[in-house]
Design a protein around this ligand. Sequence first.
Ligand SMILES: [Zn+2]
Length: 53
Amino acid sequence: MPQTKIVLQCSKCQAQNYVTSKNRQNVPDKLKLNKFCAKCGQHTAHQEIRLRK
Ligand SMILES: [Zn+2]
């Protein structure tokens, strides 16, 4: 299975700050990462949302 494109979205302001990819077979769970959000001006929890191809 190919890499799937995903977007990491700030859980506070819903800004879509990062685009990355992952292999859905190796990483079946939703990603949740602490990343810097420029809108919030701080590190916040970012969670994965799927991009449509
Ligand atoms: Zn934010």
